[in-house]
Design a protein around this ligand. Structure first.
Ligand code: PMP
Length: 379
């Protein structure tokens, strides 16, 4: 038995993968084979259309959203969203704009860097009004191991949007409640914790996430936008960069990543059959508690660099060994035991167990037993 703790692409529900496998060569549609694969079907066909809309509808149901929101299924990863967001909401020919960003870790930082690039590349365009980026919080002095008090930060009333990263995949920190931004649209990169817990989704004007951690495989990125916000987007953009172009065509403006959307649809269907987000959340909490408790009770052999327990991520459990020189040996032995993907991100080192939705409690328990054995051998 292999347990895969990779940060993404990551472990996927086997049920969803088997359904795709069984139907891969000859797609099964309402109990009958169609004679060829879905990946050979036109994205304009009725068969594909049904699956595409099913994925969108289940996603809306699971997120508890109604028709005041539009779901887009795009390519380009969350990385493209780092640019699309400022292109659509920071460029404006009618008014000066300002976007507020929380700098909480490596991924928030990448979002900020891209927003700045969009601005600097347009600063000589006299048709556009001045735009600015406002960093409302900077966690770098704490090595991104904590998050701000949501009540402490005030926003510039002229902000076009406020951006945050709901879970910092590399540092292993996660917002548990979100700031109240009043009438200013709140935007979140939810790449590493979408559909892993109940949150009040209606607080957000835009949420985006690559599918490859919690809801499927790489290739499709979900973008969920409040229609009111969508209607305010800047539109003088190349087609693919415009949210409105995709929304007007139900994400079928160009060929969508059909295979990734198929897997997404099966994973969402599986999450629904498990009992939806609350069921998934209950298991995720149990997994995270099991692992953090084990680390905290290891008499200092292992430790979490995230001392502020209130912000520890339930998805990416970052930890270290007191004697750092043991970490490469830990990774090697763990791999031999079938526990793979435990190396920390190269920028922070250490170890990381990513325990997304599809990781079982048994996987986390197997990891704890191994960690226990390793500590008694080397402690
Ligand atoms: N944001 C977060 C929080 C992430 O974890 C990642 C990927 N690890 C990204 C953005 C980038 O996503 P992609 O590779 O899909 O562009």
């Amino acid at each position: 038995m292999i347990y895969n703790f990779s940060a993404g692409p990551a472990t996927v529900y086997k049920e969803a993968l088997s359904e795709v496998q069984e139907s891969f060569l000859d797609f099964m549609h309402h109990g009958a084979h169609i004679g060829y694969s879905l990946v050979e079907s036109s994205h304009r066909s009725a068969i594909y259309d049904e699956l595409h809309n099913n994925a969108i509808n289940i996603l809306k149901t699971l997120l508890g959203l109604d028709d005041t929101y539009t779901v887009l299924l795009l390519a380009g990863g969350a990385s493209l969203q780092f640019a699309m967001l400022p292109y659509n909401f920071l460029l404006s020919s009618s008014k000066p704009t300002l976007a507020s960003y929380y700098k909480t870790g490596a991924w928030a930082n990448t979002a900020i860097r891209n927003a700045n690039t969009v601005l600097t590349s347009h600063q000589n365009n006299t048709d556009l009004q001045n735009a600015e980026i406002d960093i409302v919080y900077d966690g770098s002095p704490h090595n991104f191991t904590t998050l701000p008090d949501t009540k402490e930060i005030s926003f510039n009333e002229h902000s076009t949007y406020v951006h945050l990263t709901s879970n910092e995949t590399i540092e292993g920190i996660q917002w548990k409640t979100f700031p109240d931004t009043g009438t200013i649209p709140l935007v979140a990169d939810m790449s590493s914790d979408i559909l892993s817990r109940r949150i009040s989704t209606k607080q957000f004007s835009l949420m985006y996430a690559g599918a490859q951690k919690n809801i499927g495989i790489a290739g499709v990125t979900v973008v969920i936008i409040k229609n009111e916000f969508l209607n305010s987007a800047y539109t003088q953009l190349p087609d693919y960069l415009s949210y409105q172009v995709h929304a007007n065509k139900n994400s079928l403006f160009n060929t969508p990543p059909v295979f990734s959307i198929w897997v997404l649809e099966r994973v969402l269907n599986h999450i629904q059959s498990l009992g939806g987000v609350s069921a998934v959340e209950a298991l995720n909490t149990q997994k995270a508690d099991t692992l953090y408790d084990f680390i905290d009770q290891s008499n200092g052999f292992y430790y979490s660099p995230v001392q502020d327990k209130a912000v520890r991520s339930c998805m990416n459990v970052v930890f270290k060994i007191h004697d750092e020189s043991l970490e490469p040996i830990f990774i090697k032995q763990a791999t031999q035991e079938g526990l793979v993907g435990l190396k920390g991100h190269r920028s922070v080192g250490g170890l990381r167990a990513s325990i997304y939705n599809a990781m079982s409690l048994e996987g986390v328990q197997a990891l704890c037993s191994f960690m226990n054995m390793f500590a008694s051998q080397h402690g």
